[in-house]
Design a protein. Structure first.
Length: 324
């Protein structure tokens, strides 16, 4: 009798141990939805759409992109949290969703650590200080001189209040002791359009949306907010080279699912996304627009978010930046 009970216990234990593998093998069982918290045509949307088709091939299911703009990502997060926690609904996340919003909003409708399970970092792309016809500056020193001629006289545009572009310039203001006036736009495209038109003198932006203007000489790149020069702008110095070692600001774009999604499903998604990103045609489309593909583990992504939170929350508080 004891032998039969022991054998039964061993069999049950083996079955329980095999359950996660069985769940992973069963995933996915239906088409996937990939929520993007910004309008179609932007950088986040581009990154999702480039990966979606090869991801569908890896998972043998279709992947549909759904744009859900609003609330600095909160609208898309709310949609995710209404979906089943089974990995079939993905969410594009970035610095705003994961780091900035918790400090910017007094009553945020979600808690990143509680409600989201990070899958992988898709890519990183550093911020670049850009000047247009509204500025005479040809280098960072001249730009600082313009800004210091009158506190608040010089304005700058951003992709929106609380965006990586906005907070990168706020970091520069603090590091360089500048006083400038923020002009928020609804996305990078209108901000860059006004920069080219001379309505605003400067913008902090990633490379992708500004690439066409940079190639035609309509905009000037003054400095890169990274530890190394941008591969597509080898002649443009970093802020670190110019004596501002703490001036590092990088847009981070990744993928998350609901926090209660099984760990083996998260792992299966990470592996499939990594395989899609490693395809030569996908890798080339990212790097051609200045995006550095990453596709690391959930743990590496979590560590990065913790480090970014420790860096940015004190800045947001010290600059008294708050959103409703």
């Amino acid at each position: 009798m004891k032998k039969r009970m022991a054998l039964a216990l061993m069999i049950c234990t083996g079955l329980l141990a095999a359950l996660p593998a069985a769940r992973a093998a069963d995933f996915p069982t239906q088409p996937l939805r990939w929520l993007v918290p910004y309008p179609a045509g932007g950088g986040s949307d581009f990154m999702a759409r480039v990966v979606a088709q090869p991801l569908g091939l890896e998972l043998q299911q279709s992947v549909a992109i759904e744009n859900k703009p609003g609330g600095n990502g909160a609208v898309a997060v709310a949609d995710l949290l209404r979906a089943a926690p089974d990995g079939h609904t993905l969410l594009n996340v970035d610095n705003g969703t994961l780091v900035f919003n918790a400090a910017l909003y007094k009553n945020l409708s979600y808690a990143p650590a509680r409600d989201l399970a990070l899958v992988t970092l898709l890519a990183r792309t550093p911020m670049i200080l850009l000047a247009g016809p509204g500025s005479q500056a040809r280098n960072v020193q001249a730009f600082f001189a313009e800004a210091r001629r009158g506190p608040g006289r010089l304005s700058y545009g951003s992709a929106g209040a609380g965006s990586p572009q906005h907070l990168a310039m706020e970091l520069l203001k603090k590091q360089a002791g500048l006083s400038m006036t923020h002009v928020p736009y609804r996305g990078s495209a209108p901000a860059l359009s006004d920069l080219v038109g001379g309505q605003i003198p400067a913008v902090m932006s990633d490379y992708a949306p500004a690439s066409g203007f940079l190639k035609t000489g309509k905009l000037r790149a003054l400095a890169v907010a990274d530890t190394r020069r941008h591969p597509l702008l080898p002649d443009v110095p970093t802020f670190e080279e110019l004596g501002l070692a703490e001036m590092q600001a990088t847009a981070l774009i990744g993928v998350a699912v609901r926090a209660t999604t099984p760990a083996d499903t998260v792992a299966a998604l990470q592996q499939a996304i990594a395989a899609a990103l490693q395809r030569p045609e996908v890798h080339a489309r990212y790097t051609d627009l200045g995006l550095e593909p990453v596709a690391g583990t959930p743990q590496a992504f979590e560590e990065l978010v913790r480090a970014e939170t420790a860096r940015w929350h004190p800045l947001i508080r010290s600059q008294r930046i708050a959103l409703e």
